[in-house]
Design a protein around this ligand. Structure first.
Ligand code: GLC
Length: 553
């Protein structure tokens, strides 16, 4: 009953004027779903996972196509798939505009098949030792969602209060516009009133001041939890609760809403991952981990641009600074950072977590084509291989850093074979959604016959990246030090990024040469587990070494 006590506490904070009976009936409705004794053999699986994110259709048409690629993913070493939005949607924001929370898009299911296709896929992925998480946009829906279609009918419609309506577009004036240069206001007129939207004007924000919205979203999460989904990426989490005269980000009640989700999931079946997507500074993001009672994990947003900055500068300072405990606080037991180089979005340079000088430097160093700009200088829409100008040594250096620094790594589909920006796909998407969203440049379809051909050629970019990345993952999977170990930077010339990770009786040392010149290799005793060269005197430009230094039995 511990979760019930937590739920009551949160309920009273969120809805002090609502009778407790409403919560009691909700909790009662959960009874038939409960499976609290299910014990996952590996409750903290997300700490040691290797995550791969993909759009099912762009990756390989549909779930049958994805199923056929499970051996490929397993061979790469993937242990968790993050399925980018798969639920019913008009697809104007690549599926983050959900119009039906209870069904998988028919084009992903395939003609003549039913929803069993999806549960069959879940079971098959699990047989391959691959867990599944997916996106639920909890902050907003599509303007085609039945809740919204009802809501817009009249002011006294029962669904009116699912969204935020106002006579004027003046409320929450301190909330910044996130899609700068694409949207001009957070309000959109529909009928006699305006509705509030933090993202596109076809994505009305949900109103969590209405407890029905909270229950409705809980039911969505529970539904997919029952089908076997291992976790949810909580999209756009900082914006859930709005308070007048504030920036409407990271509000105290937003955290209570998230804690409520967590307690509900734990009450029904413990161990379902909640992953926070909060583009904020680490000290704000750790708030989403609570005391281990909110999300299990959160993306480390500022580390990502700083890995790019360090490579461009040939200097490790920016990584050391961002991971210093004064910037990245310790996180509660049982929680984890998720790290990434690239994802389905732009290389984000939001001013909430990079300084103006860093933003300008990274933009200048990596936005090689003005077409890649996103949000007026606050982001770059480009794939990893494009940003690194197709230089395999730089790409692998970046992967080596991500895979050896603390956190659970996320690989974006196609980046393991050097996939490039796709202008034709971007143009197709702009025609469909009517917005100049350059992020579609990094989305594009996989061309598997071409990939197979490239992988057959030893010197191709695809093969160089794929084989080295696979080797890194293989080594990573042989020790828990990667997902769990402590971090200690070595005091050494700043062209090198050198650090130790320690976990129980294991100690590993990692050395990265960020400069364009070979450098003297520091003296380290141990077993070389991985490295882009065996010469021990020098470490080549952009080279890396993974060394197991001690194993005390
Ligand atoms: C998240 C997604 C992004 C989407 C936005 C609005 O930031 O990563 O792709 O556009 O939420 O749903």
């Amino acid at each position: 009953m511990e979760e019930f006590t937590r739920l009551s506490l949160y309920w009273n904070l969120l809805y002090p004027d609502c009778p407790a009976g409403i919560l009691n009936s909700f909790v009662k409705s959960l009874e038939p779903l409960r499976n609290p004794d299910v014990q996952d053999g590996d409750a903290e699986w997300y700490k040691d996972a290797v995550v791969y994110s993909l759009y099912v259709d762009l990756f390989n048409h549909d779930f049958a196509g994805l199923r056929a690629k499970l051996p490929y993913l397993q061979d790469l070493g993937v242990t968790c798939l993050w399925l980018l939005p798969i639920l019913g949607s008009p697809g104007r924001d690549a599926g983050f505009d959900i119009s039906d929370h209870y069904s998988v898009r028919p084009d992903l299911i395939g003609e003549g098949k039913n929803e069993d296709e999806f549960s069959g896929f879940v079971a098959e992925a699990h047989r391959y030792g691959i867990r599944l998480i997916f996106d639920v946009a909890i902050n907003h829906t599509s303007d085609r969602h039945p809740w919204y279609l009802e809501s817009r009918k009249s002011a006294d419609n029962p669904y009116r209060q699912y969204y935020i309506w106002s006579d004027t577009p003046d409320r929450y004036a301190a909330a910044r516009i996130i899609f700068k240069g694409i949207e001009e206001s957070n309000w959109e007129k529909d009928g006699d009133q305006y509705f509030f939207h933090r993202f596109f004007n076809f994505q009305p924000d949900l109103n969590y001041r209405n407890p029905e919205v909270l229950f409705a979203m809980c039911r969505v999460l529970l539904y997919w939890q029952q089908i076997g989904i291992d976790g949810f990426r909580a999209d756009a989490i900082p914006y859930l609760w709005k308070d007048e005269h504030t920036d409407c980000e990271n509000r105290p009640m937003t955290h209570i809403v998230v804690k409520f989700f967590r307690a509900v999931l734990d009450y029904v079946k413990p161990g379902t991952l909640l992953l926070a997507e909060a583009c904020q500074l680490p000290d704000r993001v750790v708030e989403y981990l609570g005391n281990g009672d909110e999300c299990h994990a959160a993306y480390h947003f500022p580390l990502m641009p700083r890995m790019f900055k360090a490579i461009a500068e040939g200097n490790s300072d920016s990584i050391r600074t961002v991971l210093d405990p004064s910037v990245t606080p310790a996180i509660p037991a049982g929680t984890q950072w998720f790290t990434f180089l690239r994802c389905h979005d732009e290389l984000s340079l939001e001013r909430v977590y990079v300084t103006e000088a860093e933003r300008a430097f990274i933009h200048q160093a990596y936005c090689h084509d003005p077409q890649w700009d996103f949000r007026e200088g606050e982001g770059i829409s480009a794939r990893l291989a494009e940003l690194m100008e197709r230089k395999p040594e730089k790409i692998l250096l970046a992967y080596s850093m991500m895979l050896s620094l603390p956190g659970t790594p996320v690989i974006y589909y196609g980046d393991e074979v050097g996939k490039l920006n796709d202008t034709a796909y971007y143009q197709e998407a702009v025609r469909l959604n009517g917005k100049d969203d350059t992020r579609f440049l990094v989305r594009g379809r996989m061309d598997w016959p071409a990939v197979a051909e490239e992988l057959r050629q030893p010197d191709s970019l695809a093969n160089q990246i794929h084989s080295a990345l696979k080797a890194m993952i293989r080594v990573r999977k042989c020790s828990k030090v990667f997902g769990n170990g402590t971090l200690q930077f070595a005091d050494i010339r700043n062209e090198l990024l050198m650090f130790q990770r320690i976990w129980h009786n294991e100690c590993w040392t990692f050395v990265h040469n960020l400069s364009r010149n070979p450098l003297e290799m520091p003296d380290i005793d141990g077993e070389l587990m991985l490295g882009s060269g065996l010469d021990s005197e020098k470490i080549e430009a952009y080279g890396y070494r993974w060394i197991r230094t001690t194993v005390n039995e």
